[in-house]
Ligand binder design. Structure first.
Ligand code: NAD
Length: 513
């Protein structure tokens, strides 16, 4: 069981040794420190207090974890078990997550700054991910291709091998389970490398998996810095699959470094998703969704509706309503149930988001609300919910993923311009369309470049559907049976049912004498 994980040190103790032994790796069924003893710190986004020291994985730690995962894959029972037995083990993981649900939620809020009221949903989703993929794997079907009475050809799904699962710092626990559950359900083994800015809740996942009694080495956890531990994992010849969620630039680097060993990639990358509001929409509901879509999860959300495109006829009205609500968003302590917007994850990220705000002002966008630290909060990572109006497509705030609580509004004249604006960025993750015209809703859904579109809805996930992005937002889809397309190898078995003709070559030559 873990000696890791954390709670806050009390105020004023920042320089003192942490009260916790630290967050450890979990390799081959046991928690332990790095081979070289290295550690890094994780600090509270709200107060900058030291939360825990975390084992810092180096290439030798990654190698140990991959070796454990390979042994579990090649010699252990997991890939050869009946899907129903693997499913039973995954349901035990779901129960173990629920049993420590409150602890996970609290840890997640301390480590990421997510408001607790919103983090609760994330932890519940994590348990659901395990149950969902446990059910899904027992319902997986494969195909047969009969060829009259000559052949019966059929397809089997097999686990691929060791998967590297690399996750970002936003909603870490939910995203980790989103990868681990289908990966293990398919019979693979894995090494999880969580983000260095929010590593703590992954320790609880390792605990839950250990409690569910999965064979040792099926799940391994290695903490560490992306460019060191993550890079070593991607380059490791023992790894066959890489499922990565993070920034587009990191995704490109990962593909480059995994190319030498020809890995299979699933990449869920950045976004700059549009919310298109037509004048005939139910504006009350649209405004609710715009506010939640832009500012929930601190705006640190890949599918955030960060570009608000509004038809000219209702632009002023919608902006006035959105501005009023944005200004009223309650920014504060992530552990306060009344908080709607917590601190940003890290001072470096605060600087990056704030840099975008400054760029927006410099480029002539109109700052209607927010833009800086709220005056009444102690921590330095807080940024008030921010709204820009009059944003033009060539501006950086329109083009670049900010990944913070910043919403940019742009008017449009007609459907054609709305689609052009929606598509005028390099990303294509999600899009949201609000209109009461059914035909237009479907036309626009078809015309936008996005992996996922919501019509008259905020981001409500259906776990059966493919999740992922177009253009620079990623490669591949996970979710439902699509996860198994990534996490399984397809093997086609061709079976002769009779004596079909076989061309004969290599027979002794007739001499003619
Ligand atoms: P990031 O790319 O900086 O890091 C993601 C992970 O990759 C971390 O674990 C990091 O340690 C690791 N990493 C960094 N460099 C690496 C390297 N060279 N080799 C291997 N691993 C490396 O991303 P982030 O800042 O943690 O997360 C925010 C980004 O994630 C945003 O762009 C956001 O849109 C994206 N995201 C996408 C989705 C999606 O489903 N499309 C979901 C959540 C977040």
């Amino acid at each position: 069981m873990s000696r890791g994980a954390a709670g806050p040190s009390s105020p004023g103790e920042v320089a003192a040794p942490p009260r916790f032994a630290g967050a450890l790796h979990h390799v081959g069924g046991a928690f332990g420190p790095s081979l070289g003893g290295g550690r890094f710190e994780t600090r509270s986004p709200a107060t900058d207090e030291l939360l825990a020291e975390v084992a810092e994985g180096r290439p030798e730690d990654v190698d140990r974890a991959v070796t454990a995962a390979r042994r579990a894959f090649e010699e252990g029972p997991w890939p050869r078990m009946r899907p129903a037995d693997r499913a039973a083990a995954l349901r035990r993981v779901a129960e173990a997550i629920e049993a420590r649900g409150e602890e996970i939620v609290r840890l997640e809020c301390l480590d990421t700054g997510l408001p607790i009221a919103q983090a609760r949903g994330q932890a519940a989703r994590a348990a659901e991910n395990f149950r969902f993929f446990a059910d899904a794997v027992t319902h997986l079907e494969t195909e047969a291709y009969p060829v009259g009475d000559r052949f019966l050809n059929y397809v089997v799904r097999k686990p691929v091998g060791v998967a590297a699962l690399i996750t970002p710092w936003n909603t870490p626990f939910m995203l980790e389970t989103w990868k681990v559950a289908p990966c293990l359900a398919a019979g693979n083994t894995c090494v999880l490398k969580p983000a260095e800015w929010s590593p703590l809740s992954a320790v609880k996942l390792a605990e839950a998996i250990a409690e569910a009694d999965l064979p040792p080495g099926v799940f391994n956890l290695v903490h560490g810095i992306g460019e060191v531990a993550g890079a070593a994992l991607v380059a490791h010849p023992g790894v066959r699959l890489v499922s990565f969620t993070g920034e587009t630039t990191t995704g490109k680097e990962i593909v480059r470094s995994g190319a030498a060993t020809l890995k299979r990639f699933s990449l869920e990358l950045g976004g700059k998703s549009p919310v298109v509001v037509f004048a005939d929409a139910d504006l009350d509901r649209a405004v609710d969704a715009v506010i939640f879509g832009a500012f929930s999860l601190n705006g640190e959300r890949c599918t955030a509706g960060s570009r608000l495109l509004v038809e000219e006829a209702v632009y002023d009205d919608v902006l006035a309503r959105v501005a009023e609500r944005t200004a009223a968003i309650r920014c504060g302590d992530p552990l306060d149930p009344a908080t709607e917007l917590g601190p940003l994850i890290h001072p470096r990220h605060w600087e990056s988001v704030r840099g975008h705000v400054e760029a927006g002002v410099a480029e002539g966008a109109r700052l209607l609300v927010g833009g800086d630290r709220p005056p009444d909060l102690p921590g330095s990572n807080y940024l008030a919910a921010t709204l820009f109006a009059g944003v033009r497509p060539e501006m950086r705030v329109f083009q670049e993923e900010i990944f913070g609580p910043v919403l940019c509004a742009t008017p449009f004249r007609d459907e054609e311009e709305a689609v052009r604006l929606a598509n005028g960025v390099r990303y294509g993750l999600a899009a949201y369309v609000w209109t009461s015209d059914l035909q237009r809703a479907h036309r626009v859904a078809g015309a936008v470049d996005a992996g996922m579109v919501w019509l008259n809805s905020h981001n409500v996930r259906d776990l059966r559907t493919p999740f992922g992005g177009a253009k620079d937002s990623g490669i591949g889809r996970e979710g439902g049976r699509f996860s198994f397309d990534f996490y399984c190898e397809l093997e086609t078995v061709h079976t002769a049912l009779g004596d079909h003709p076989i061309p004969r070559i290599g027979l002794p030559q007739a001499t003619g004498r």
